[in-house]
Design a protein around this ligand. Structure first.
Ligand code: HEC
Length: 96
């Protein structure tokens, strides 16, 4: 009976770590050259991740990953590791 409580505690403890890892991934994939991770650190060249999540979240993860990798009207192609790009986008969509 104690197991679900423990599992929840472990997840809660790991969440900040996961966010830090995702932020590092975004840095390593150069996303942060153009996008700020949060709204306090606005970058000159484009929107922050929470703004992007609000504006483009409706496109869905697959389409967003495709646009980031292949480029779109507003986006230069950014061809990092696909699995990492997907992780970053999935995380970005939680930042709304
Ligand atoms: C060279 C600058 C640059 C880099 C590097 C960059 N972006 Fe962008 N990104 C932009 C611009 C400019 C837009 C257009 C925003 C707007 O005005 O709608 C954009 C838009 C987006 C969008 C909205 C959907 C779209 O296709 O327009 C997402 C999601 C996004 N970026 C994620 C990322 C991720 C994830 C990375 C790293 C893998 C990344 N970007 C790297 C400049 C960049």
């Amino acid at each position: 009976m104690k197991l679900p409580i423990c599992a929840a505690a472990v997840v809660a403890a790991l969440l900040p770590l996961t966010a830090a890892a995702d932020a590092r991934l975004a840095q390593r994939n150069n996303c942060t050259n153009c996008h700020a991770i949060d709204e306090t650190g606005r970058q000159a060249s484009s929107m922050s991740f929470p703004e992007l999540a609000r504006k483009y979240g409706h496109l869905g993860e697959d389409q967003i990953v495709k646009q980031v990798r292949d480029g779109s009207a507003g986006h230069p192609p950014v061809r990092g590791n696909e699995a990492q790009t997907r992780d970053i986008v999935r995380w970005m969509l939680t930042l709304k």
